[in-house]
Write a protein that binds this ligand. Structure first.
Ligand code: HEM
Length: 98
C-alpha cells in the first residue's frame, strides 16, 4: 500500500507537470460515446479529488496502528481508489487512442 501510494504521488506529479505544459486536451468523439466519456470523466475526477484526503487518513490510521478505524475508512478508500485507477486508464484510452 505504501508502494501504491508512492506510485500515485509520482504519477500525480508527472500528470500536473505534463498538463502545466500541454494544457487540456479536448475529446474528439461524436455521438453516444460523448456523454459516456463525460460521465466517466466527471465521476473519475470527482472521486480522484476525494481520494487524496481518504488515502491520507487511511494511511495515517494504519501507521498509528489504529487498525479498527483504519478498517472502517479503508472499506471506502480501496474500492474508490480502484474505481479511480481503472477509469483513469479508460479516460486515457478514450481520449488518446479512440
Ligand atoms: C491507503 C492505503 C491503504 C489502503 C487503501 C488499505 C486498505 C485496507 C483494507 C481494504 C483492509 C481490510 C478492511 C476490512 O477488513 O474490511 C485493510 C486492513 C488492514 N490494513 Fe490496510 N490499507 C492501507 C494501508 C495500510 C498500511 C500502510 C498498513 C500497515 C501499516 C496497513 C495495515 C492493515 C492491517 C494490519 C489491516 C487488518 C486490520 C484488522 O483486520 O484488524 N494498511 N487495509
Amino acid at each position: 500500500m505504501l508502494s501504491a501510494f508512492a506510485t500515485a504521488v509520482l504519477f500525480l506529479t508527472s500528470y500536473l507537470y505534463y498538463h502545466y505544459h500541454v494544457g487540456s486536451v479536448s475529446f474528439q468523439g461524436e455521438g453516444l460515446v460523448r456523454p459516456i466519456y463525460f460521465a466517466i470523466l466527471i465521476s473519475h475526477t470527482t472521486l480522484a479529488v476525494a481520494i487524496v484526503p481518504l488515502a491520507l487518513v487511511t494511511l495515517y490510521r494504519a501507521l498509528r496502528e489504529d487498525f479498527t478505524r483504519h478498517r472502517r475508512i479503508a472499506r471506502w478508500t480501496l474500492p474508490l481508489w480502484l474505481y479511480v485507477s481503472v477509469t483513469g486508464i479508460v479516460v486515457y484510452l478514450m481520449l488518446y487512442q479512440l
